[in-house]
Design a protein around this ligand. Structure first.
Ligand SMILES: [Zn+2]
Length: 165
């Protein structure tokens, strides 16, 4: 059964999509079967719910994986918590990189950027060669990248000033 929302004409032909009087898009109506249809999904929903609930409790890989992740986090977290790793070079590198980035306009990016790249590279190398002694690999990479950006930006600034001068 279909009904036109505009003129309320009812059509028994379900294949009809548009009202024959005004061309309005017909909406499907279900009179008495509506309650049956409403009840039916509830039953199937319950069965589906039970079907989906079973696999949720069935695969214990999820709780089995999380301890593995915890172990990994602990092995990485403990050295950082102890702060026994030397992060001097990466910290210096990051500081130089930020300073160089701030001083790009004053050509400070060239010496500071180069220093940041060198210290960042050394810090990265140390962390890679002796990870039990040196840390801050992420800091070193950040310092290296910032230093490179500062150096390149300063170089571009210098080139522009030469071209303008
Ligand atoms: Zn109509």
């Amino acid at each position: 059964m279909k009904i036109c929302p505009k003129c309320n004409t009812r059509y028994s032909d379900d294949n009809l999509n548009f009202c024959l009087n005004d061309g309005e898009y017909l909406s499907t109506i279900d009179d008495s079967p509506a309650t049956v249809i409403m009840d039916a999904p509830r039953v199937t929903d319950q069965t589906n719910w039970n079907r989906y609930e079973a696999p949720q409790t069935a695969p214990p890989p999820a709780p089995w994986q999380s301890p593995a992740h915890n172990v990994q986090n602990q092995s990485f977290g403990v050295p950082q918590m102890n702060q026994s790793l030397d992060q001097t070079l990466p910290t210096v590198s990051l500081a130089l990189g930020i300073l160089g980035f701030l001083l790009v306009c004053c050509y400070g990016g060239v010496p500071l950027g180069m220093a940041a790249i060198i210290t960042g590279f050394l810090g990265m190398k140390n962390a890679g060669n002796e990870p039990h002694k040196y840390g801050g690999r992420g800091l070193a990479i950040a310092g290296l990248v910032l230093g490179a950006i500062s150096l390149i930006s300063s170089a571009i600034f210098i080139l522009i000033s030469i071209a303008a001068g």
